[in-house]
Design a protein around this ligand. Structure first.
Ligand code: ADP
Ligand code: ZN
Length: 431
């Protein structure tokens, strides 16, 4: 099923032609903004000389720091009266940054989201419950407008208030939900506590995004809820959700290349990497009037899947995000991504739905504590069983990450539940 078959299955050479034309337009617009005028002049960039897509690689990269430098509107080439909306990043790290949209930008974004939803088989007959935050965060309104464009019935329930969420799902026969993976793991437990078997609900599909999560977590969510979960990727700098989305094959996310030019670079050297190699994703937004952003360093680590997808879409796919360059933990000299720890925890059947990684500095040594909630059936009085489990988790983690963490096994509900993006890591070493 396609939303716009022509553009989704466009031949690569036609796609590249379209990309170049849009890139040239975006560069010309960017060059009129105070921020890029200075950057281009400092780097001797003449945008009129960009006549191939490869030329893009000679242009300087844009960082989150640059967005802060240009705050509030140093990257905006259009007049204030043509702007219809702003969003801000959730500020996972540092001060938030602001993104602007014209009416055309908002419309095009809604179209892109509708395209993404259709790629997963959603139709105008679906009931879509949007449990992402509404407001400055793009997750709520982004999917909202796309789902309306598609013609689905939207329930804008936003985050939290789990009992209300359940009631809405039951009363209006929700078929598709949009939710963070961490909140979905919390909510499914609340559903069970209320005497409802989650697979008996009408929910058939979940869009999971806004935070890194492992394939094991997806499997777990699918089983607990009895649904199909699709990975959804985006960030406010590139509009919000709808940048990349899985199709029905659930095997990597199609990056919509008529809106974004994709590069993957070595995060240390900045050198472009070939398809298939893992590195930092760099995106150029080539279809936004109010805020063209050139070669944006997403800080997200992934790789492009070189093979074509059997769905027929010609836009390339990227693999699940492994983590952000800035959330890599260095513990006693060893590099670890929280997602690696998560993948081990989530394939252990006794492990429940929430965990936390705590880092401490004790006697000049880094120490990692992993606080893991178990299912309540594990607490029936057999301490030896818990001891064995503690050992097993420790060994499996050690085998993968070569660190010796201390494991704390907790009853369900011991850790603070997540309603939006989960805070998994507590690093007390810097205090
Ligand atoms: P920030 O978190 O930088 O304040 P956003 O709220 O726009 O800004 O979040 C965007 C970030 O969320 C992405 O750069 C990425 O790190 C993360 N993210 C979004 N979707 C996914 C996903 N499906 N998988 C992994 N990470 C994701
Ligand atoms: Zn596909």
């Amino acid at each position: 099923m396609f939303w716009n078959r022509e553009i989704e299955t466009i031949e690569r050479k036609d796609l590249e032609k379209l990309q170049l034309a849009r890139l040239q337009k975006a560069l010309a617009a960017a060059a009129t903004t105070p921020f890029y005028r200075k950057v281009f002049s400092d780097h001797n960039v003449d945008v009129s000389k960009v006549t191939t897509l490869e030329h893009l690689q000679d242009l300087p990269l844009t960082t989150k720091h640059d967005l802060r430098l240009s705050y509030p509107d140093g990257m905006v080439p259009i007049s204030r009266s043509d702007i219809v909306r702003l969003h801000a990043s959730s500020g996972t790290t540092g001060k938030s940054t602001v993104i602007f949209y014209s009416q055309r930008d908002v419309d095009e974004w809604a179209d892109l989201v509708a395209r993404s939803m259709v790629a997963t088989g959603t139709t105008r007959d679906d009931v879509f419950q949007n449990m992402m935050g509404y407001g400055l965060f793009t997750g709520g309104l982004g999917l909202h407008y796309g789902a309306e464009r598609l013609g689905a019935m939207v329930i804008p329930s936003s985050t939290g208030n789990s009992l209300k969420q359940i009631q809405l799902m039951q009363d209006f026969q929700t078929t598709v939900i949009h939710i963070t993976p961490s909140y979905s793991l919390h909510l499914v437990e609340v559903i069970k506590e209320n005497g409802v078997n989650p697979p008996d609900l009408t929910v058939k599909k979940a869009y999971l995004g806004a935070e890194p999560y492992s394939e094991e977590t997806r499997d777990k969510i699918e089983k607990l809820w009895g649904l199909e979960a699709y990975n959804s990727y985006g960030m406010s700098e590139m509009n919000g959700p709808g940048v990349a989305f899985e199709c029905v094959h659930k095997n990597g996310m199609h990056l919509w290349e008529d809106f974004y030019i994709i590069e993957v670079i070595n995060p240390e050297t900045g050198q472009p990497l070939p398809d298939g190699e893992e590195g930092e994703l760099v995106l150029t937004h080539i279809n936004r009037e109010a805020m063209p952003i050139i070669r944006y360093r997403t800080r997200d680590l992934t790789r492009i899947i070189p093979e074509e997808c059997s769905c027929g879409r010609t836009h390339r796919r990227m693999e699940r995000i492994k983590g952000r360059t800035d959330d890599m933990l260095i513990v006693g000299g060893v590099n670890v991504f929280p997602s690696q720890i998560e993948s081990v925890l989530m394939r252990i059947p006794e492990v429940g739905n929430n965990y936390q990684i705590v880092l401490e500095r004790e006697e000049n040594l880094d120490r990692m504590y992993i606080r893991v909630e178990l299912y309540s059936k594990m607490f029936h009085g057999d301490l030896n069983e818990l001891k064995r489990l503690n050992q097993k988790i420790g060994e499996e983690l050690r085998a993968l990450i070569t660190i010796n963490p201390r494991i704390e096994l907790l009853e369900p509900g011991s850790l603070p539940p997540s309603m939006g993006k989960a805070k998994r890591v507590i690093d007390n070493r810097k205090i």
